[in-house]
Design a protein around this ligand. Structure first.
Ligand SMILES: NC(=O)c1ccc[n+]([C@@H]2O[C@H](COP(=O)([O-])OP(=O)(O)OC[C@H]3O[C@@H](n4cnc5c(N)ncnc54)[C@H](O)[C@@H]3O)[C@@H](O)[C@H]2O)c1
Length: 261
């Protein structure tokens, strides 16, 4: 066991469910938590992707298993989480990275699109958090939940009416969860990424959008999924034992920047 594994307090093989684990930030988080010693359940609606990630991790001697479900389907979520608890034991860590992003102007946002985004980004995050928290409280064990918000939930970014509203709600949800679950020893935090180079942004960010982000962030570049994973791993583990209710902007300085010239 390496010193690095010790330092995060995840080396005891505790069960960590990571949603959205087949791609991008969730994939990097799943790998990072497994490398820190957790038993990672790589969950995604992309069943093949989840299986691939779990096989990849176990092939490297790490602890992992796949789970396939859609976070927007309450019955599927409940059934899958019950199966995970039965097969692997109490879920001590949850990372809610499953999410979709769209770039649609406010006036063009129809009810179906709004419902879809809220159903995945907000309701999915909330449902999974409820299930994991109920399990921890019943077992009388501490745990850690890491939600994924966005700088688009902290500032008004063009085209992010539905997406930004869903992420702003995740930030507030994080604070209420931290307050209500704190007495049970359950910490709840949120990482609010800036622009991160993942399949999502490669699909959604047009070249001019990409140029605008690069110009806007202090570091002048997109972040990497691994740079998000290291923040998630810190919040997930015992190293962050007195950190809860925080919205941590891992945003390359996006929020700090004012006029440049
Ligand atoms: N990439 C960025 O710049 C950025 C910035 C801020 C916030 N975020 C947030 O980070 C999270 C991860 O984004 P990413 O860039 O890694 O995206 P991504 O598209 O690379 O990965 C998202 C994963 O979530 C899965 N997923 C989507 N909907 C699902 C559902 N309903 N049920 C189960 N799985 C589902 C997808 O199959 C995919 O594997 C999202 O919540 C996103 O909003 C990303």
């Amino acid at each position: 066991m390496t010193g690095e594994r010790d330092e995060h307090g995840l080396q005891d093989g505790r069960v960590a469910v990571v949603t959205g684990a087949a791609s991008g930030i969730g994939l990097a988080a799943a790998r990072s938590l497994a490398e820190a010693g957790a038993m990672v359940v790589a969950a995604d609606r992309d069943a093949e992707g989840a299986a691939r990630v779990a096989a990849d991790l176990t092939g490297q001697g790490l602890r992992a298993a796949p789970a396939a479900f859609d976070v927007a389907e309450p019955e599927a979520v409940a059934a899958a989480m019950a199966a995970i608890a039965r097969d692997h034991g109490l879920v001590r860590v949850l990372v809610n990275s499953a999410g979709i992003g769209v770039d649609v102007p406010f006036l063009d946002t129809d009810p179906a699109l709004l419902d879809r985004i809220i159903g995945i980004n907000l309701r999915g995050t909330m449902m999974l958090g409820q299930i994991v928290a109920r399990g921890l409280i019943a077992a009388g064990r501490p745990g850690s939940i890491v939600n994924i918000g966005s700088v688009s939930g902290l500032r008004g970014n063009r085209g992010r009416a539905a997406y930004g509203a869903s992420k702003g709600a995740v930030h507030l949800l994080t604070q209420v969860m931290a307050l209500e679950l704190g007495p049970h020893g359950i910490r709840v935090n949120c990482v609010a990424p800036g622009p991160i180079d993942t399949p999502l942004t490669r699909a959604v960010h047009r070249p001019e959008v990409r140029a605008s982000w690069e110009e806007r962030v202090a570091l002048g570049r997109y972040g990497t999924p691994e740079e998000m994973a290291s923040v998630i791993r810190f919040l997930a583990g015992d190293a962050a034992g007195y950190v809860t209710g925080q919205i941590i902007a891992a945003d390359g300085g996006f929020q700090a920047v004012g006029i440049r010239d």
